[in-house]
Design a binder for this molecule. Structure first.
Ligand SMILES: [Fe+2]
Length: 167
């Protein structure tokens, strides 16, 4: 992990400061394939205490994905293209709140979609009845996927086990 005390960066992608502040430079991060085909992300920040993660996401034009289930809210600011679910289409410059406990299938057009999103909890696939199914994508899943793609140097690794648990 690259940590900066003061203002001298040790990592091209990020600057971390002694007070805990961080500047993420996403242009220096590679896109990492996500859990859904045709979807890619750059992990901006994580919070293991709350389960939150924030990402830039990119979805290829005309991508068709299966339904997914949200365990908590996701806030999405669309920066390019657009998408829709059962409601109206959300276009670039617009902000969408996808509520938790909802299963749905996005519709992606020929212009694809790029966004900045804050996930307040995990996401998974969904069965035919809209119940969660398949892998559970949480903050640690996101961290490990980004790390495997050399895109997580700016993020803290999991904390070490507490010694007293093993005494
Ligand atoms: Fe969704």
């Amino acid at each position: 992990m690259a940590t900066v005390a003061g203002s001298t960066p040790t990592n091209r992608a990020t600057e971390r400061f002694a007070d805990g502040s961080m500047i993420v430079r996403p242009d220096e991060l590679p896109w990492t394939p996500w859990a859904l085909p045709g979807v890619y992300f750059k992990l901006m920040s994580i919070n293991r205490n709350t389960g939150m993660w924030s990402v830039m996401m990119k979805i290829d034009p005309d991508t068709h994905t299966d339904s997914h289930y949200h365990f908590s809210d996701v806030h999405v600011y669309v920066t390019s293209g657009g998408y829709s679910y059962v409601h109206d289409r959300i276009n670039a410059g617009e902000y969408n709140i996808e509520c938790g406990s909802v299963a749905h299938e996005p519709i992606i057009g020929s212009d694809g979609q790029e966004s900045i999103s804050i996930f307040y909890g995990g996401i998974s696939g969904a069965d035919a009845d809209g119940n969660p199914a398949g892998d559970y994508v949480d903050v640690e899943w996101m961290y490990k996927a980004a790390l495997a793609n050399n895109a997580a140097d700016h993020l803290d690794p999991p904390p070490p086990p507490r010694e007293e648990f093993f005494n």
